[in-house]
Design a protein around this ligand. Structure first.
Ligand code: DC
Length: 212
């Protein structure tokens, strides 16, 4: 079973993806971490994330096992990731890695911006998870403060608005809800309630699959 989860930054899609992967015993790929990994490599080398050649070179040398760690979770890396993610050659360079991951024997859960629309349009279940930008900024601000970062709510809100605009308006694979994705707005939902709804949708889907 392939579960595709898309949504804007800090919508809760990563938490949801991890919970679903645990629950259904599936592997999970946070595809945002791939773009963050590319951005991080560029920044590490003192490069400019807006330079297409540098970004492509980093994308071509990205290893899927090297994409975890707190160094990827900084506002600087997030902003640079959003810049490299708007480049078509960078996206093309990491498309197959994502598809191969999704098509492992048991399937997988992938979360990102274009999973249901581009990476896995054939996914068994698609969820589009969103929340108001203020609520997302509140969550991200709390997360960063808990991690010891010195950030203001206004700064986090402005960063998210800028990233939302760039991720949604870019020419290649913009953030959009797939036609057959289920919308889950978590603005007023706890993660437990959102998770329960997602499981209900997945189980309904599985039962329909058995009937057909
Ligand atoms: O989900 P995130 O904040 O870790 O994503 C980092 C950046 O990568 C974000 O600005 C959008 C981009 N991204 C993308 O374009 N496509 C994906 N499938 C996942 C992330």
């Amino acid at each position: 079973m392939i579960i595709a989860i898309d949504g804007p930054a800090a919508s809760g899609k990563g938490t949801m993806a991890r919970m679903l992967a645990d629950h259904y015993d599936l592997a999970h790929l946070d595809t945002g971490a791939l773009y963050r990994g590319v951005a991080w490599q560029v920044l590490q080398q003192g490069g400019d994330p807006a330079d297409a050649e540098t970004a492509l070179n980093a994308a071509q040398n990205l290893s899927i096992s090297g994409i975890s760690g707190p160094e990827l979770r900084t506002p600087e890396v997030a902003a640079a990731a959003s810049i490299v993610a708007a480049m078509e050659p960078v996206r093309a360079a990491i498309l197959q890695v994502q598809r191969d991951f999704a098509h492992q024997p048991k399937g997988a859960v992938l979360d990102g911006r274009d999973i249901g629309t581009v990476v896995c349009p054939e996914a068994d279940v698609k969820l589009f998870i969103t929340a108001s930008v203020e609520e997302r900024a509140r969550r991200r601000h709390a997360e960063l403060v808990a991690g010891g970062k010195d950030v203001t709510f206004e700064g986090v809100l402005a960063d998210l608005q800028e990233r939302d605009a760039r991720d949604s308006s870019r020419a290649v694979s913009p953030l959009t809800q797939a036609e057959d994705a289920h919308l889950l707005d978590t603005t007023k939902l706890s993660i437990e309630a959102a998770f329960k709804r997602a499981c209900d949708l997945i189980e309904t889907h599985s039962q329909e699959g058995v009937r057909h």
